[in-house]
Design a protein around this ligand. Sequence first.
Ligand code: DAH
Length: 345
Amino acid sequence: MTLQEKIADLRTRALETLPKIADEKTLNDFRISVLGKKGELTDILKGMKDLSNEERPKLGALANEFRDEITGLLECKKSEIEAAIIAKKLENETLDVTLPGKKVAKGNRHILTQTTEEIEDIFLGMGYQIVDGYEVETDYYNFERMNLPKDHPARDMQDTFYITSDILLRTHTSPVQARTMDAHDFTKGPLKMISPGRVYRRDTDDATHSHQFHQIEGLVVDNNIAMSDLKGTLDTLVKKMFGAERKIRLRPSYFPFTEPSVEADISCFKCGGKGCNVCKMTGWIEVLGAGMVHPNVLEMAGIDSTKYSGFAFGLGQERIAMLRYGINDIRGFYLGDTRMSEQFK
Ligand code: DAH
């Protein structure tokens, strides 16, 4: 056989073998045996040295053509094998979408968080800002700035946990009033804020008392703020929270930081005012404390009480949630029992 014939023969055999190859290892071995340094083509080309100067380039060209052809075919075959591997893998790993899935337990927000957000929405809609206070407060902000000097008898009602004689766990959210008044720039407009948060009292826990609970404080200070503004605001709040038919009633009360002070009642949402177990037959339910900001509280914040006035209110969130949902034990809020939380999805 001439060298040309040998190449042609090698080509015929190669084209016959190639389609039968089905895995990468065999393909690689085949490539080495045909095109490798010790492969058949190299072997054939060793005979080139005996060719004439005329013949030699012709054979070289033929060999290159053959090498290109086989290299191309090898590439194709390689992709083919890889695709087959992936296809096989996909086949083995198919999902049975008709199998029942694993249920993922879905949590929900605590009922107190839900009420906070609901009340925040109502006040954001009326242009209030939402302010965060400090749970660890100073005696100064918690009491003195709320018009409760050191010897004030009303301090007894709000005994708490002291960290030092001047630092304590706040007994109410009212100190946030003083802090926001201090920070507010009245040349930029009125002060309107609410501040939700946790408060602490040295109480023995039972069905209606907890040493830790939640309040939402509200404060508005501007020129010409009157009692009617307070009443209108509270009216809007209770109608949005308890229903459009709810009426509001203000009773005189006492808080050191407001003058006059009131206790706000709403007409009973269960009986509509006729008298039932929720309103203890009175037709009214007490929901919050409020009043006109005491001039001393304004003055201590450097606000001229002859030019400015304000109203404030404070509501206990647990109490509102208990009334609204008929919860009869305050401890239920803190036990983390999912049977409780799941009822408020
Ligand atoms: N801080 C009071 C308390 O914890 C609640 C309260 C009453 C807040 C009247 C007020 C208010 O802002 O005006 O008992």
